[in-house]
Design a protein around this ligand. Structure first.
Ligand SMILES: Nc1ncnc2c1ncn2[C@@H]1O[C@H](COP(=O)(O)OP(=O)(O)O)[C@@H](O)[C@H]1O
Ligand SMILES: N[C@@H](CC(=O)OP(=O)(O)O)C(=O)O
Length: 805
């Protein structure tokens, strides 16, 4: 025969109850032989516990009790009056006394299962099934440890076997889970969530072929699916593996449930009442799968810390702690010694924390006098995450991932078997920590969460590139680039699962006000990790948020040059914060758009190669202007107008012609070489004559011809076979402070030189180094344009994503 067990949610009236009844009916029609173990309907046990507490405190509990009765009875014809009357009497008594014993509590809670058994039996009878209500208080005998009673196997086995021998044939026994009675006949319970235990005891006593536990999830997952949305269902587990998961706190399974099953090798199948054709998780003796991993959580725990110099190397301290706590009925889930051995920390259930502290203080009283122990204190609101199947040798990966996401475990230890690692984190960080570890261990795809600031030409192109290549990158690299937010200076949109292709219209109508605080709180609320903030604005103000973003766990990618060209103190402070919070900041597109320039310079510099000079045409706009002007007989103003028409210039072309943009790029390169120059130190040749620098754009555009004689003259005064190029030049002694010379100017170069051969709107960078001597490394190509810049930003994002893989 089989044993079926239905959990509380599977019997709740919001959909579960009818499904459970149908599953039973289906099995009867298929002529299966089975017994059904039921938990209390819905949240009955929790509610009874709450009412009991209210009665004890003399608070009004009657309304809640009436609601409880109404819900439990619903439209069942079962006679529940005896249970309801008993509950009323018990609560009245507790209210009168202002207290209750564990024995009373067991009697109260037990009514939930009795009610459930009666209601299910009645429902089946109405469907023509020969159902028989079986109260386990008559069958399972326990010791008198109320609240967590231990079965006395010999008597219980006989009782159960006798009961099933008489109630056999077509009878479907509906058995109460969780409850039993002491040898004196007092009602006891097997501990919270104890119905599974009842079911496995029955399976053992009756030599069942299988235990099927119906719950409301598809099986056992790699982590609690309520906390980790990406958790994956595990198809099969060995008893030993299941036992590990259960021991470390997965609420779906309790350690003691497994033991009676192991003894007789009875398979346990976890199934979903709401999706019962699904194959669920099978737990059996098969050990086929090696190295299964899963995450378990103990949510409400407290860390007890014991400190003192006398703990140093003294034997027997742990033993004393364990003994005194055992005497007080407090179980310890983790114990860990500080590296200096001056401190010992251990984890107890939050409800036991004060009692544990008092017990430890009493035990170590003498050691206080001798100053061997200096303090005992509690760290509350912590949780334990256990990684089952995690070897300590490879723990560095999940550990690094936690640190990258600014979660510093308060304590960690590995179990004796060396196959499980547990760590203690602050409870507020639990969900994030779990998801970070889970994605590190199981993430076939690693999710990177992106917040994009600015959606101008570069931002918009980037967002669309990201959305278009999302699937491709998942397939190729196993990285999911998930845009969770897009913001402009007024509003933002947020979706933890990723913004849609309609992001533009959604952003336009969004009522979420944009500010760094609102965006950070949206991110925090969803416990997101692996965060990258991307600045595609050209905003002077926005860069002041960089440090805040870093502090909140973001890596940064920026197409905005401002942060790298503001005063050196800002630049330095940003780097210090990056270092302190172990965050990265990439800005490859700051110079040369998508060209791999900054990365190359950084690599050379960090590998000790002495860079002696960097020279080149840094602006695509000015490249086009002088390449064309030098190669043709056109007027300067005509070439400039062509550049304006092609959209190569800023709306006000003076922003290109004044040379500041080239100056900024030069400064960024200089600072890459650890030079601490300021923008004001750059000698910049402004290409706009003084009399045209003021005034409106229109005015300027109307007077472009005034530029012709100046540049025609410069062109004519060159040596033969020479051309004009607007060049940024970092020279001098770059190895000493204040030794660098930063200059931006219009120069005449031989046509056959690499600068002279430049065409179209390409940029070119010559990097001179000691080893390469006279022959510079040359990087050349399209150095401007929204598409290449967006690709460059994309490259930075991928680089960071791969780094955290
Ligand atoms: N690794 C895990 N896999 C699946 N569920 C888990 C896991 N860890 C914890 N759970 C939790 O266990 C719950 C199911 O157990 P429980 O509430 O006791 O069910 P029932 O009421 O059916 O006995 C799920 O809702 C889920 O939140
Ligand atoms: N009703 C009891 C026993 C039990 O096992 O319930 P569930 O199967 O719903 O976890 C409790 O809530 O503790």
């Amino acid at each position: 025969m089989k044993i079926l067990k239905f959990g509380g949610k599977s019997l709740a009236y919001d959909g579960g109850f009818d499904k459970a009844i149908n599953i039973i009916l289906e099995k009867v029609h298929q002529q299966e032989k089975f017994a059904v173990v039921v938990s209390a309907i819905g949240n009955a046990t929790d509610e009874l516990e709450e009412i009991l507490e209210k009665a004890k405190k003399n608070e009004v509990y009657q309304v809640q009790l009436e609601n409880f009765k109404k819900y439990q009875q619903r439209n069942s014809a079962a006679d529940l009056n005896p249970e309801f009357e008993l509950l009323e009497k018990l609560f009245e008594g507790v209210a009168l006394l202002g207290d209750y014993s564990k024995k009373i509590k067991d009697n109260v809670l037990a009514q939930g299962e009795v009610i459930s058994g009666k209601v299910v039996t009645q429902a089946l009878k109405e469907k023509g099934i020969n159902a028989n209500f079986s109260d386990t208080r008559q069958l399972i005998k326990t010791d008198a440890k109320f609240g967590n009673a231990q079965p006395v196997d010999v008597i219980s086995r006989k009782n159960v076997q006798n009961h099933f021998a008489t109630n056999n044939g077509t009878t479907v026994n509906i058995v109460t889970g969780f409850i039993a009675s002491s040898t004196d006949g007092e009602t006891t319970t097997l501990g919270r969530n104890g119905s599974n235990f009842t079911a496995s005891l029955l399976a053992n006593y009756l030599d069942a072929e299988e235990l099927q536990s119906f719950t409301h999830v598809d099986g056992i997952f790699t982590a609690n699916p309520d906390l980790v949305p990406d958790a994956k269902k595990i198809d099969q587990l060995s008893f030993e593996e299941a036992n590990e998961i259960a021991t470390f706190g997965a609420t779906i399974l309790h350690a003691k449930t497994i033991i009676p099953l192991i003894e007789k090798k009875i398979p346990l199948r976890i199934l979903n009442t709401f999706n019962h054709t699904h194959n669920g998780t099978l737990i059996n003796a098969e050990n086929s799968r090696k190295g299964i991993k899963s995450l378990s959580v103990l949510e409400n725990v407290t860390l007890v810390n014991l400190e003192g110099r006398g703990l140093l190397g003294k034997p027997g301290i742990d033993a004393r702690i364990f003994r005194v706590l055992a005497q007080n009925n407090i179980s310890v889930s983790i114990i860990s010694q500080g590296s200096s051995e001056r401190g010992i920390g251990f984890i107890v259930n939050a409800v036991d924390a004060q009692k544990a502290k008092a017990a430890i203080e009493a035990e170590f009283e003498l050691d206080f006098y001798t100053n061997d122990v200096s303090s005992v204190y509690l760290t509350e609101n912590v949780s334990v995450i256990s990684i089952i199947g995690q070897e300590l040798a490879t723990f560095n990966k999940p550990y690094d991932a936690l640190i990258r996401n600014q979660i510093v475990p308060i304590l960690f230890n590995n179990t004796v078997t060396g196959k499980n690692v547990s760590l203690v984190v602050e409870r507020v960080q639990l969900k994030k920590a779990l998801n970070v570890i889970h994605s590190e261990i199981f993430g076939i795809t690693k999710k990177i969460n992106l917040v994009i600031f600015g959606h101008g030409t570069v931002g918009k192109t980037l967002i669309n590139q990201l959305l278009e290549s999302r699937e491709n990158i998942i397939q190729r690299k196993g990285i999911e680039l998930n845009i969770v937010a897009i913001a402009n200076s007024r509003q933002f949109i947020f979706n933890a699962k990723g913004v849609s292709k309609q992001w533009e219209s959604e952003l336009q109508t969004s009522i979420q006000k944009s500010s760094i605080e609102t965006i950070l709180s949206a991110v925090k609320e969803q416990h997101l990790g692996n965060l990258i903030a991307i600045d595609t604005t050209a905003s002077k103000d926005f860069v002041s948020n960089y440090v805040e973003l870093i502090k909140n766990g973001f890596d940064l990618v920026s197409a905005n040059k401002i942060a790298n060209t503001k005063e050196y103190s800002f630049y330095k402070n940003l780097r210090e914060n990056l270092h302190f919070y172990q965050k990265n900041y990439l800005y490859e597109t700051n110079v040369g758009a998508g060209l791999p320039l900054i990365d190359t310079i950084r690599l050379l510099h960090h590998s000790g190669e002495n860079i002696t000079r960097i020279r080149g045409v840094f602006s695509g706009t000015l490249s086009y202007l002088f390449n064309t002007f030098s190669a043709t007989d056109k007027n300067f103003s005509d070439v400039l107008n062509e550049a304006i028409e092609k959209g190569f210039t800023e709306p006000d072309p003076r922003e290109d012609l004044n040379g500041n943009d080239v100056g900024r790029k030069l400064l960024i390169l200089a600072r890459e070489l650890d030079l601490s120059n300021e923008f004001s130190e750059i000698k910049i040749q402004n290409l706009i004559p003084e009399n045209l620098r003021e005034g409106s754009v229109e005015e300027f555009l109307n007077r472009l011809e005034e530029l012709n004689p100046i540049y025609q003259n410069t062109k004519n005064n060159q040596n033969e076979n020479h051309v004009l190029r607007y060049v940024g030049d970092l020279s001098g002694d770059l190895s000493v402070e204040n030794g660098a010379n930063l200059e931006v100017s219009l120069v005449s170069v031989p046509q056959e030189s690499s600068l002279g051969q430049l065409k179209g709107s390409d940029s070119i960078f010559e990097i001179y180094t000691e080893s390469y001597g006279e022959h510079p490394i040359v990087i050349q190509g399209a150095g401007a344009g929204a598409a290449v810049t967006a690709r460059g930003v994309f490259g930075d994002i991928l680089r960071l994503a791969e780094k955290s893989k």
